[in-house]
Write a protein that binds this ligand. Structure first.
Ligand SMILES: [Zn+2]
Length: 271
């Protein structure tokens, strides 16, 4: 039997179709951003902690739907699944589809949340500093026979439930699109979670320690917020270095913080 290929167009007329594309090109909106600077720390306890003390909690979409997924998966397990030489039953296919439906719902919920969170950051900040994370290493499976296998699995699940990688790349692309700076702090060099944002004193913390208390300058704040502050300090330092290289004479006016803001303002207005 001969098959016929059909292509769909929004408008049947080619001219009209082209017009639509022109219209779309003209209406491309430009993203705008403010002059602020922000440091962000991603985590599982607080999904995001900003350097000004704002914390955005993890909505835990997977955890909310975990029971439903487990129930659906159990149903599927009891049907004839595809094995070597055995065809999967129609009932298995149906049950497996049900599992996939809930999982994709979770993914969509998470993505929607990401798109709600990133404008909060991008809309008013043109300098965004975060730490570089080795997500693949962080969410590695526990070794075989490890005593803390269950804990590790749970930790991995809650890290992945935030969707840090996707959220970071969204923020990165939106900030750079708006003409801002996105800085990733090298974690091994700077150690944001161990450093005091006030005096730079380094001390290791355990995961259970939720509050940063400096021994040296007795500075105290939330652990994740402290880490975000360290990231921002580092990014400011980088910005300062680049400004010094660009214009050594202009460093005389105002503080460095103001200078960075002015420079970014100028860059944004030039666009
Ligand atoms: Zn300190």
């Amino acid at each position: 039997m001969a098959t016929k290929r059909i292509t769909f167009r929004l408008y049947p007329n080619k001219e009209q179709n082209d017009k639509l594309h022109y219209w779309r090109r003209d209406c491309l909106s430009t993203r705008e951003t403010g002059n602020g600077a922000v440091g962000i720390d991603f985590g599982t306890h607080h999904a995001l902690a900003l350097d000004d003390g704002t914390v955005i909690d993890n909505p835990k979409f997977l955890k909310q739907n975990q029971q439903k997924i487990s129930q659906a998966a159990k149903k599927a397990r009891r049907k004839r699944n595809p094995q070597k030489g055995v065809k999967a039953s129609r009932r298995w296919k149906k049950a497996a589809k049900e599992v996939g439906k809930i999982q994709s719902l979770v993914a969509r919920q998470r993505q929607n949340w990401h798109h709600q969170v990133d404008p909060l950051i991008v809309s008013c900040n043109s300098l965004v500093a975060t730490e570089k994370l080795n997500l693949k290493g962080m969410t590695k499976k526990a070794k075989k026979g490890s005593k803390r296998k269950k804990q590790k699995t749970g930790l991995n699940r809650s890290i992945l439930d935030v969707g840090i990688g996707n959220l970071k790349s969204l923020i990165k692309s939106k900030v750079t699109e708006a003409g801002g700076f996105y800085v990733e702090v090298p974690t091994q060099k700077v150690k944001p979670s161990q450093t005091c944002p006030n005096c730079g004193h380094q001390k290791k913390k355990t995961l259970a320690e939720r509050v940063h208390n400096c021994e040296k300058c007795s500075y105290s704040c939330d652990r994740d917020v402290a880490s975000a502050k360290v990231c921002l300090n580092y990014a400011r330092g980088m910005e300062r270095a680049s400004l010094d290289a660009e214009s050594p004479s202009s460093t005389l006016c105002g503080s460095m913080k103001q200078l960075g803001t002015m420079k970014r303002q100028k860059r944004l207005s030039q666009r």
